[in-house]
Design a protein around this ligand. Sequence first.
Ligand code: PMP
Ligand code: GLN
Length: 388
Amino acid sequence: MQLPAPKSRLPGVGTTIFTVMSDAASAHGAVNLSQGFPEFDPPAELRELVTWHMAASHNQYAPMAGLPDLRALLSARAAASTGQQADPDTEITITAGATEALFCAIQALLHPGDEAVVLDPAYDSYAPVVTLAGARPRHVALAFDPESLEFSIDWVQLGAVMNDATRLVIVNFPHNPTGALLDADDLERLADLLEQYDSLLLSDEVYEHIVFDGRRHSSVMSNKRLWRRSLVVSSFGKSLHATGWKIGYCMAPGVLSQELRKIHQFTTFSVSTPMQHALAEYLARCPDFADNLSRFYENKRDHFLAALEGSRFRFTPARSTFFQLLDYSALSSKKDTELALEWTRSPGVASIPLSVFSEAAPAYRLLRFCFAKDKSTLVDAAHRLRAL
Ligand code: PMP
Ligand code: GLN
């Protein structure tokens, strides 16, 4: 006889939407613009370096905090782009993707009874990990302008939800799934609120290098008031077309990094040694590797949107990331979750429904499409969507 199901730590949680939609896409042979991953490989030189380092016997455990050379390079890069020095020995930790850094940060900082603010629509891992820590996620919807289809922080709502129990605010700019960005004034406003409630900030900046139309990403690291109370997370997955490598990192002042590492050492301990060696060598050889990334993805966005001309979707070109939102109000009044599955079957394009990222947010008529794809894939998807 089967054992009864154990009492769940996350009773309300099912399988992530990324797995659900990618599985549906392959079951129906759909063009998969749902889960966010590039259709292209990391640079050949980087892949060759991985093979080289494996052959050179770099195959045993890496240091717990990450390869020193890689941390030193990341420190220098962050200092050059934000003006903030992070000590490679005590303030930078290499993790198994941004996902592990986010998990460790949340587990390290939250205690039962604490509250953590999540801005909806929010990446799907934040709230469940807050719950696992015994803390309470407080969802605040981003302000949404139905005319421009743009999102921004709702400062009134954010201020209203914060209180003395607010231990952590979790932000993600450049923002998945809306492409929203913060500017230097927003960072100051955030610092005012965090100081008022003595809260910490977890800043997910994995799309830091993918920002369009001449705009710029304002890293939390560029603001001195924020840096002293922040953990800043990023990932090589997005910047080097290597989502499957699962290598990310967290930069945070020593007192915060020390707590994060206590969790990291018992979560993964350390991450892939040959890949860290390869990344370090690649970053040293090609320090400008991310310089053309924004232009590269801006072209993809523009190809996709041009190919959609004549469709009944409404859109505003994404400001950042490799996701484009399309408003389907002219096509259907169905729920986004229902439509995402229906359109995966026919006309055969898989997308991500926005509502799965949004507990606090209103019901949007928006689907998210990943344009990190070859031109032929984007044209094929757009052709199918135009038929709707
Ligand atoms: N945060 C955001 C906003 C993401 O979109 C993703 C994945 N694309 C992650 C974190 C996870 O990054 P990683 O694959 O490096 O774990
Ligand atoms: N971050 C990717 C996205 O937003 C997917 C990550 C995952 O599959 N877990 O689509």
